[in-house]
Write a protein that binds this ligand. Structure first.
Ligand code: S3P
Length: 171
C-alpha cells in the first residue's frame, strides 16, 4: 500500500494542507477523525465525552487499519502518533510527512477553538508538555516540513516539490 500521511499537532493545518495538496496532485483525501465520526456515528467531542479518551484511541488504531483506498492523502488526528502500532503501520503503508509548527504559533491558532476535547480549560495548561512529549514521535516521520510562519500556499508548494522530486509511487 502507498499513501501520503500528514501528521502533526492540533492546529498544524493538516486538514487544510491535505485538501490543497489533494487538489494540486489530483488525489483523494481521507481524514482519520472524519472517518471515525462516520463509522461510529458520533463527533470526536461526543466520543471523548461519552466513552473517554481510551475508547477514542482504540477507534483510532482500529480505523487507521481499516481505511479504504490506496494512493491517497491521509490526514490524521494529532494524537495518532502516540501509539507505536500506528507509527509503524503508517510507515509500512506509506510516506509520513510531519507538519511541524512552533508551540507559540500553534497556541495562537488554537486560541478560540472549542471543538477539540483536548483544548478544554482543564487540558490547556498541560498543552505544551503534551506537544513536547509527542515531538520525538512526530520526528520519526519520513519527511519533516517546518510550517512556522509559512502560508498554506508555501507549505503546499514545498510538499509538492518534494513529492515530484521523490514520488512515493509512479504517477
Ligand atoms: C487529538 C487531535 C484531534 C482529534 C482528537 C485528539 C490529539 O485531531 O483526533 O481531538 O490527541 O491531539 P486534530 O489534530 O485534527 O485536531
Amino acid at each position: 500500500m502507498q499513501r501520503i500521511y500528514l501528521t502533526g499537532f492540533m492546529g498544524a493545518g493538516k486538514t487544510t494542507i491535505g485538501q490543497c495538496l489533494a487538489k494540486r496532485l489530483g488525489l483523494s483525501m481521507i481524514d482519520t477523525d472524519e472517518y471515525i465520526e462516520e463509522q461510529i456515528g458520533k463527533t470526536i467531542k461526543r466520543i471523548f465525552a461519552e466513552e473517554g479518551e481510551a475508547a477514542f484511541r482504540q477507534y483510532e488504531r482500529e480505523f487507521l487499519r481499516a481505511l479504504p483506498l490506496d494512493k491517497i492523502i491521509v490526514t490524521t488526528g494529532g494524537g495518532i502518533v502516540i501509539q507505536k502500532e500506528n507509527r509503524d503501520w503508517m510507515k509500512r503503508t506509506g510516506t509520513v510527512i510531519y507538519l511541524h509548527c512552533e508551540f507559540a504559533e500553534l497556541l495562537k491558532r488554537l486560541e478560540h477553538d472549542d471543538t477539540r476535547p483536548l483544548l478544554s480549560q482543564h487540558h490547556r495548561q498541560g498543552l505544551e508538555e503534551l506537544w513536547q512529549q509527542r515531538l520525538p514521535y512526530y520526528q520519526e516521520a519520513d519527511w519533516i516540513i517546518d510550517t512556522t510562519g509559512q502560508s498554506i500556499e508555501q507549505i503546499v508548494d514545498e510538499i509538492t516539490k518534494m513529492i515530484k522530486n521523490d514520488p512515493p509511487w509512479k504517477y
